[in-house]
Structures are given as C-alpha cells and as structure tokens.
Design a protein around this ligand. Structure first.
Ligand SMILES: Cc1cc2nc3c(=O)[nH]c(=O)nc-3n(C[C@H](O)[C@H](O)[C@H](O)COP(=O)(O)OP(=O)(O)OC[C@H]3O[C@@H](n4cnc5c(N)ncnc54)[C@H](O)[C@@H]3O)c2cc1C
Length: 381
C-alpha cells in the first residue's frame, strides 16, 4: 500500500495548524511548503517589530514535526495533483491544503505618485516582516511624523503603538467613523473618539495623490489639502492571496473543502458562502481553527477520525487601541448589530433571522467571550 501524501501550502497560522493536526499520524506522509524567501513567522507579531518594541526573532513560528520544504509554489496542476516550485522542483500530492493567507489591499491605481513613493520606501504597507523591518529602520532615526491611511484594526493598532513610542501620527481615513464596516457603527464611533484624544486625525478624507522627495512624503487629499510626513503607511485591510486557478479567494464549504477534489483550503485565503452569506475572516485564531478543521476533515475522509462537522466561526481576536481593548468572537462583519444592555459596551452581530453569529466590544473581554459558546444557535456547553 502506498502512503497517502498530503501537501500543505503556506506556513502561517492555518498551514502550521493543519500540519500540527496531521503530524501525529505517522502513517501519513505530510509536507509543509513555506515561501522560499523567508523563515516562517507570525504575521500577528510584526507590529511590535515595526515600532521597535519587539525583536524580529520573537515572530519566528515553531514548526510541527513534518517534512518542511522552503520553496515558493508557482503553480498547481490539480489534474495531475502536482505543485510546481520556484526552484524548478515539483511536489506531488494525494491531498492538498492551501493556506496561502492574504495580501495587503493596495491604493487604487488612480492615486498618482503612489508607485514611485513605494520604490523610495516613503510609502509602505505593514503586512510582511520585511515591511516591518523597513518601518523600524525609518523610526530608529528618532521621533518621526507618520501618516497612516486606513480605518481598520491594523491602522488603529498601529496608530496607537506609534503614539506610545513617541512618534507624531496623523490618521487619515475615508470614513467619518473609521472602521465602521469592520467594527460596526457604535464601536467605530467610540474608537474614533479614542484616536482624537491621542493622535491627529483627518477623517472623511480620501487620498488623491502622493509625492515624495528623498526623505519625506506628501499625501494630497481630495479636498485640495496636503500633509507631509517621514513615512506614509497604507493600511486598507487585506485581500485573499489565492494561487491560480483560484482568483479573489478560494471558496470553501463547511468542511473547508474547495470545489476541486482532494483540495481543502483554510485561513485568510478562503471565502465561505453559507447560511450566514458570503464571509471571510482574517484573524490569527480563526485561521488556526480553519486549518485544524481542514486537517480533521481530511483525516475523516481517510478513515482516521470523526467528521468534525460544519465549521462555525467562534474564534476570538483582541486589539489594544490607546490603552483600551477591542475584542471580538465569531463573525463580526457588518450586518445587524444590537447593543447588549449593561454597563459594558458589547454588541451582538446577528444574522438576518436573528441568530447571533458574533460579538464584539470595548473593554469587555469577558462579556464578549461569553458569547463564544452561544453563537450560531448551537451551544458548545
Ligand atoms: C500587521 C498585522 C497585524 C496583525 N495582528 C493581528 C492580531 O493582533 N490578532 C489577530 O488575530 N490577527 C492579526 N493579524 C492577522 C493575522 O496575522 C492573519 O489573520 C493570519 O496570519 C492569517 O493566517 P493565514 O494562515 O491565513 O495566513 P499567513 O499567516 O499570512 O500565512 C500564509 C503563509 O503562506 C505563505 N505563502 C503565500 N503564498 C505562498 C506560495 N506561493 N508558496 C509558499 N508559501 C506561500 C506566506 O508567505 C505565509 O507564510 C495581523 C495581520 C497583520 C498584517
């Protein structure tokens, strides 16, 4: 009998979780493929590297004891079940779990000057360890003036960390209440207030063009005004990074199966479409849970475990913003929200039929976490 060969593509949250779940099955041949140009690291921890509060080494991700191949995948041939690698080598598989994560959403091509500013390094995203090391080098020159463009969690947390480290920060966001589409209206309003107390804010402004010289960058806004700083960080959220033949996210079912036989996917690269509608979560713990789920279902198909059942998002996330804790569980994407009565600020995110699918709040970690077991109309206790 030949040994079943499983490839896991992507050595981040979801990929290492899947590998961990399979590692103890010594009768399976499991290989984790990580990008050739980097040591596997935790993307979640790169913020601290960027602002200089953590050493780059703390981001290193421990690898499960499976075969590891450090080589970027450049093609997937699902017909013959083969992965092509940048080195020219190939890896064949019986089963494949894709966990390639996400890419930062870039500025629209209509924003003149952005590409040039990017080449000089005065404009950057904060998505990779490389980005973080670049930002760190600029901030090491002493207190800098940083322009931050975006309204989501990464923009908010980065603004907070930069202010704590003594840098000047101007947070520019298109919405009057940044992050409304991420946090929900009420929470976004509270977070906007926190920003106004600690950093310069310019809300309701759109970046129209960028210009730069060797050391500074200028953001030109749609109202004709402009702002100059030492660095412009663009933090507009993420888009799924899915290898061809998938584009714009890998659609998975409730067992993390793709539409291609023998292929599962997990984490930021995936999109679910189920009773909750179309949804995607790009948080560390949820990606880990999806990776584990994909591996468990694969084991079930191979008669080595129980069916894990449908994947129901219950994972938690947490963000420190100007000394306050924004926390969430489950699916906190916009939709109907209702505020829980009580002293703490907790909002429950509901499906159209009233089923709670997520909860989020400000300085209410325990109350938010209590919702974890009550989501999706299926109790876990
Ligand atoms: C600055 C920042 C801060 C964050 N902070 C938090 C936080 O505080 N809390 C939280 O919950 N989440 C946070 N996140 C989000 C979290 O890091 C992601 O949700 C999580 O990493 C997604 O896991 P993943 O496995 O889908 O993708 P990743 O962890 O990104 O892993 C994907 C891996 O696949 C590799 N890969 C991609 N393409 C190929 C290829 N062709 N060949 C080989 N390898 C490939 C990538 O290099 C990467 O190693 C943060 C993200 C960023 C950018």
């Amino acid at each position: 009998m030949t040994t079943h060969r499983t490839l896991i593509l992507g050595a981040g949250a979801a990929g290492t979780a899947a590998a961990r779940a399979l590692a103890e099955h010594h009768d399976l041949d499991v290989t984790l493929v990580g990008r050739g140009s980097e040591e596997p690291y935790s993307r979640m921890l790169i913020k601290g590297v960027a602002v200089g509060s953590s050493a780059p080494g703390v981001t290193r991700l421990p690898l499960p004891s499976v075969r590891f191949v450090s080589d970027t995948a450049v093609s997937i041939d699902a017909d013959v079940r083969m992965l092509g690698l940048r080195s020219g080598l190939t890896e064949t598989y019986d089963s494949l779990i894709i966990a390639t994560g996400s890419a930062p959403r870039q500025l629209a091509s209509s924003v003149a000057g952005a590409a040039e500013a990017r080449t000089t390094g005065t404009l950057t995203t904060l998505h990779s360890l490389r980005d973080a090391l670049h930002i760190r080098r600029i901030l090491e020159r002493g207190p800098r003036n940083v322009l931050l463009y975006g309204g989501g969690i990464i923009a908010a947390e980065t603004a907070s960390l930069l202010a704590d480290a003594g840098h000047g920060v101007t947070l520019i966001a298109r919405s009057s209440f940044p992050g409304e589409s991420v946090f929900g209206a009420r929470l976004a309003r509270s977070i906007a207030e926190l920003h106004r107390d600690r950093v310069d804010t310019l809300f309701g402004a759109t970046l129209a063009a960028v210009s730069h010289d060797e050391r500074t960058v200028t953001a030109h806004l749609d109202d004709g005004s402009s702002l100059t700083g030492d660095l412009l960080i663009v933090a507009l959220g993420t888009v799924p990074l899915s290898p061809a033949p998938w584009n714009g996210g890998i659609l998975v079912d409730d067992r993390q199966r793709t539409t291609v036989d023998g292929v599962w996917a997990a984490g930021g690269a995936t999109v679910h479409d189920d009773a909750r509608g179309m949804w995607r979560i790009d948080h560390w713990e949820d990606s880990t849970a999806q990776g584990t789920h994909a591996a468990q279902h694969l084991l079930h198909v191979l008669d080595r475990g129980h069916d894990p059942g449908p994947y129901l998002p219950r994972s938690a996330f947490l963000a420190m913003i100007h000394g306050h804790v924004v926390s969430g569980v489950g699916l906190t994407a916009p939709g109907t929200t209702r505020i829980e009565p009580g002293e703490e600020f907790v909002q429950v995110h509901e499906h159209a039929d009233g089923t709670p699918v997520g909860a989020s709040g400000l300085d209410a970690v325990l109350s938010v976490h209590r919702w974890r077991e009550r989501l999706h109309g299926v109790s876990t206790v």
